[in-house]
Design a protein around this ligand. Structure first.
Ligand SMILES: *Cc1c(COP(=O)(O)O)cnc(C)c1O
Length: 379
């Protein structure tokens, strides 16, 4: 059996090596390392895939979030409502800009931000909502957009984990996650569903004026070279990364299919196990399984993790400490106990290996190790 990893990037590369190597060699031959045709072509191709008005590439997913808030002209004193059950970047950029993060709790089944709690947290200072499309499925954008429209608030979708997932509207139409709010952001960190060979990120918007503002912020606040209209940053995607991403974008739907196949295998083996909750599917969203995350009940999570690791099966806790209880983000407004579902989930969640390359032998080994922990016969 191949050794089991959380994510098998080497195996994934081997399958597309000739395509990727040729694309990278062509960039090196051209010496067009910054900007250039591959970045432009990738932005266009991703916009077409997402059916988004415009895609603006940048240096990483954290920058994309910061640039989004800067392009919307958010200022110190403004409030942004988001989740504490996410990767730190979502909240870090809010803090860096002197904006106040306000945390809404999440749904215990889907782990996604709870629109009812968002509604309760809206104040006259609320300027934006940042839903996170966690682990591969989209937050309830129809409910969030309704709130945002009602209160005149901007929405920035953190889509670092759910690129390609489809959101179904009540009228039956579907749209890609990340293309519904005023701005969507994503990350091309190597282990994300669409990952490059280093750092990368992007913003999406359907608003041409906002797209212009985003490009300006990315480029030192400048539209005409050496003239700087607003405060900006330096954030761009390397051409080599764009060349890799153009190849991998052509495989993204197959990657989602492979991830769903592994998830279905896990589901089948675990769905009747007492002591576990398999990941719930949100009714409004397809799942692209950035992570396959179980809830392990009755305080047995850490024991299961240890049991798996002793059998050379990696398992990860995303996320062990909710952001409102992190030293850097503590505030009187959100004391311990204020987000009961988020706090419970950090004690229960366990993510199993998930990648495009898991084979049946590896899956059977993982599944049997989990069943063994619960004293259940092999599947
Ligand atoms: C990975 C991730 C980011 C940050 O992306 P980087 O490219 O690592 O900066 C932001 N938000 C979420 C939810 C993520 O998973």
């Amino acid at each position: 059996m191949k050794p089991i990893q959380m994510v098998d990037l080497i195996g994934q590369y081997q399958k597309i090596k000739p395509e990727v190597d040729a694309a990278m060699a062509s960039v090196v031959d051209s010496a067009y390392f910054i900007g250039g045709p591959d970045v432009k072509a990738f932005e266009k191709e991703l916009a077409t895939y997402l059916n988004a008005g415009e895609v603006i590439a940048c240096a990483n997913g954290t920058d994309a979030l910061q640039i989004a808030l800067m392009a919307l002209d958010l200022k110190p004193g403004d409030e942004v409502i988001t989740t504490a059950f996410t990767f730190v970047a979502t909240v870090e950029v809010v803090g860096l800009l002197g904006i106040t993060p306000v945390f809404a709790d999440v749904d215990p089944d889907t782990f996604l931000i709870d629109p009812e709690d968002v509604k309760r947290k809206i104040t006259p200072r609320t300027k934006a909502i940042v839903p996170v499309h966690l682990f591969g499925q989209s937050a309830d954008m129809e409910a969030i957009m309704a709130l945002a429209d009602e209160h005149g608030i901007h929405v920035v979708e953190d889509n670092a984990q759910a690129i390609g997932s489809d959101i179904t509207w009540k009228d039956g139409s579907t749209r890609k996650a990340g293309t519904i709010g005023h701005i969507g952001t994503t990350s091309f960190f190597p282990s994300k569903n669409l990952g490059c060979f280093g750092d990368g990120g992007a913003l999406f918007t359907n608003d041409a004026e906002l797209a212009k503002r985003i490009r300006r912020v990315c480029n030192h606040g400048s539209e005409v070279r050496y003239y700087h209209d607003v405060l900006g940053v330096n954030s761009r995607l390397d051409s080599l990364q764009a060349a890799v991403l153009r190849v991998k974008l052509r495989h993204l739907n197959d990657y989602a299919t492979a991830r769903n196949k592994a998830a279905a295998y896990y589901d089948d083996a675990f769905k009747e196990l007492p002591g576990l909750h398999i990941p719930a599917r949100a009714a409004h969203s397809s799942h692209v399984f950035h992570q396959y995350t179980l809830r392990v009940l009755d305080g047995t999570r850490d024991g299961l993790k240890k049991h798996l690791e002793e059998r050379h099966i990696p398992a990860m806790i995303y996320y062990p400490v909710p952001l409102h209880l992190q030293q850097a983000y503590r505030s009187e407004r959100t004391p311990e106990g204020a987000l009961p579902v988020t706090e419970m989930l950090t004690q229960e969640v366990l993510s199993l290996p998930m990648s495009t390359e898991l084979d049946d032998e590896q899956l059977a080994h993982i599944v049997n190790a989990v069943r063994d922990f619960f004293n259940q016969p092999n599947n």
